[in-house]
Design a protein around this ligand. Structure first.
Ligand SMILES: *Cc1c(COP(=O)(O)O)cnc(C)c1O
Length: 477
C-alpha cells in the first residue's frame, strides 16, 4: 500500500546517470564552448526535471514520457545554448512602427555606431579638459551643437525626457505652483503621467482651463506670488479635434515675462527640421519654441531625433545653469555611450543634403512607396518558388506609423507583404516568427501576417525570407 508502481521505479532506475550524460557528444561539445561547471549544473537540473515528471505522471500515461538519453541530451543542449544566447539581440521590425519603443526606438546611423565603438573600445575623453588634463564637463560634447541647431543659449543632457521634465520642475518650481492647461495633463506610454511627475518633483500643480479649451485669461487668473513656472506640454500621442483650443506658446510669453516666471515647454519629440518641406505632416520644431520665447524646452533624444535614449534640456543660460547644479542632475546623468551616439547623430543635422540618406529614422520615414513596393516584391520573388503553394502571398497597400507618440494621428502609406498559411493561423505563424532567430515582429489583420517593408532594411530581406520559410515549414508535421 502506498508503494510506488513498479514501472515508475524501473523508469527512475533506468534513467541515465549525470556522469554518463556528461560523456554524450553534444554535452562534451557544450563543455568545450561554455563553462564546464555550468553545463554540469544544467545537466543535473534536466535529469531532476525528468525524475519529477516521472513521479507526477499517472502510471497509465507513463508510456508517453520520453526518458531516452538522447532526448535529455538534446534538452540540455538547447537550454545551455538558450541561456548563453544574448538576451538583447538583433530583431527584425516588420511591424512598420518606425520608433518602436519595445524594439529599442531609433536604429543608429553608421557614424553613431562608429562613435559608440570608439568611445567604448578603450578610454575616451568623456569628462576631461584635454589641454589642462583637469576634470572637465561632459556637456561640452553636445552643448555647442545643440545651441547651434536650436538657437538656445545653453543645453544639458539627462537619462531621458521623463527625467528632463522632472529635473526642470524640481529645479525651477519645488515648493511652488506650476500653472498648466487641463488639456495638457497627458499620459505618455510607459507610465509617464504629467500630474504624477509634477507631484514627485515637489511642485504644486495648478490646473487651468478645461479638457478641450484653455484661454490666456485662465493662465492670467492662476498666476500669483507662489507661481514658480508655466508648463506647456505637447500632447504627442493624441489629438483633440472639434471645439478645442490651446494658448500658443508665443501668446503666453508676454504673461510669463510680465510676472518674471519661466515658461517651460515639454515638446516630446525633438524635431529639428521642417517636416512639411518633405511632404510630411507638421511636427513642432524645437527651434520654433525657442524663437517663440520658451525659457526652457525638454525633448527626447530617441524619438524623431533618432539618437540614443536621453532627455535634452535647452534654454536660457541662467535656468540651464541652475538645472546643471541640481544634485538630481547628477543622479540622472548620461554616460559615454549616450554622449558618443548623441554627438554623432546631431552632427548629421549639420548637412541637410546627406541627412535623409544617413539618418535611419528620417530615411525610413521618407522612403517612397515605390521603393518599398520594389523591396516587398523582391522578397516575394525569393519566397514564392519555395513555399508559394502552402501559403497565399501578396503585396498590398497599407500604413506605417511613426510610433513613440510622434505624428500620432498620421498614417504613412506603405507596401505590405500579406501572408496566409494554409496550415496554421496567423497567431500561430506570428508566434513562430517571434520565436525565430532573429525574432521577427509583424502585424496581424484578418488572420493574415503583414510584413511592412518600410522598416525592413534591404540587408535583412534574405534573412527574413529564410525565417519565414522555416516558420511555415515547421507547421508541416
Ligand atoms: C515621449 C514623451 C515624454 C517621455 O520621454 P522619454 O524620453 O520616453 O522619457 C515626455 N513628454 C512628452 C510630451 C513625450 O512625448
Amino acid at each position: 500500500m502506498g508503494a510506488m508502481p513498479a514501472d515508475k521505479n524501473t523508469l527512475l532506475d533506468n534513467l541515465i546517470s549525470t556522469t554518463k550524460l556528461l560523456n554524450y557528444p553534444k554535452i562534451k561539445q557544450l563543455s568545450k564552448e561554455f563553462p564546464k561547471y555550468y553545463v554540469k549544473e544544467i545537466a543535473k537540473s534536466e535529469l531532476q526535471n525528468i525524475r519529477d515528471i516521472i513521479l507526477n505522471t499517472p502510471a497509465e500515461s507513463l508510456d508517453a514520457v520520453d526518458i531516452s538519453s538522447e532526448s535529455i541530451e538534446a534538452k540540455v543542449d538547447m537550454r545551455v545554448r538558450a541561456e548563453f544566447r544574448p538576451s538583447i539581440r538583433p530583431a527584425i521590425n516588420a511591424a512598420g512602427i518606425i520608433l518602436h519603443t519595445a524594439l529599442g526606438r531609433a536604429p543608429f546611423a553608421e557614424a553613431a555606431q562608429e562613435a559608440l565603438m570608439n568611445a567604448v573600445r578603450n578610454y575616451c575623453t568623456l569628462a576631461v579638459d584635454v589641454p589642462t588634463g583637469k576634470r572637465g564637463d561632459r556637456y561640452v560634447h553636445v552643448e555647442g551643437l545643440l545651441k547651434y541647431l536650436t538657437g538656445a543659449q545653453a543645453a544639458c543632457v539627462v537619462n531621458n525626457n521623463a527625467a528632463a521634465v522632472l529635473l526642470v520642475l524640481n529645479t525651477l518650481a519645488e515648493g511652488k505652483e506650476v500653472v498648466i492647461s487641463r488639456g495638457q495633463l497627458v499620459e505618455i506610454g510607459g507610465a509617464f503621467r504629467i500630474p504624477d511627475v509634477m507631484h514627485r518633483s515637489g511642485a504644486v500643480m495648478v490646473e487651468v482651463g478645461t479638457t478641450n479649451r484653455t484661454h490666456l485669461y485662465d493662465y492670467e487668473e492662476a498666476i500669483n506670488e507662489n507661481t514658480g513656472m508655466v508648463q506647456v506640454v505637447h500632447h504627442s500621442n493624441y489629438r483633440i479635434t472639434g471645439f478645442a483650443g490651446e494658448v500658443p506658446l508665443a501668446d503666453l510669453k508676454p504673461l510669463s515675462k510680465k510676472h518674471n516666471i519661466p515658461l517651460v515647454e515639454d515638446i516630446g519629440s525633438g524635431c529639428l527640421i521642417d517636416f512639411t518641406h518633405y511632404g510630411l505632416p507638421p511636427e513642432p520644431m524645437v527651434q520654433d519654441s525657442i524663437k517663440a520665447g520658451a525659457d526652457v524646452v525638454t525633448f527626447s533624444g530617441d524619438k524623431i531625433l533618432g539618437g540614443p535614449q536621453c532627455g535634452i534640456i535647452i534654454g536660457k543660460k541662467t535656468y540651464v545653469d541652475r538645472i546643471k547644479k541640481n544634485p538630481l542632475c547628477r543622479a540622472l546623468r548620461s554616460d559615454k555611450l549616450t554622449y558618443s551616439v548623441l554627438e554623432a547623430t546631431l552632427k548629421l543635422f549639420l548637412d541637410r543634403k546627406t541627412l535623409f540618406e544617413k539618418h535611419p529614422v528620417l530615411h525610413m520615414l521618407t522612403l517612397q512607396t515605390r521603393t518599398i513596393g520594389n523591396r516587398a516584391r523582391s522578397f516575394v520573388r525569393k519566397f514564392k518558388p519555395v513555399l508559394g503553394k502552402e501559403c497565399e502571398i501578396d503585396v498590398i497597400n497599407g500604413e506605417s506609423q511613426m510610433g513613440s507618440g510622434s505624428l500620432p494621428a498620421q498614417f504613412i502609406p506603405t507596401k505590405l507583404v500579406s501572408l496566409k498559411s494554409k496550415n496554421m493561423s496567423a497567431d500561430e505563424l506570428g508566434y513562430k516568427l517571434r520565436m525565430s532567430e532573429p525574432p521577427v515582429f509583424s502585424r496581424i489583420t484578418e488572420d493574415r501576417i503583414l510584413l511592412d517593408f518600410r522598416t525592413i532594411h534591404p540587408r535583412e530581406i534574405q534573412t527574413l525570407a529564410d525565417v519565414v520559410v522555416e516558420a511555415l515549414r515547421n507547421s508541416r508535421v
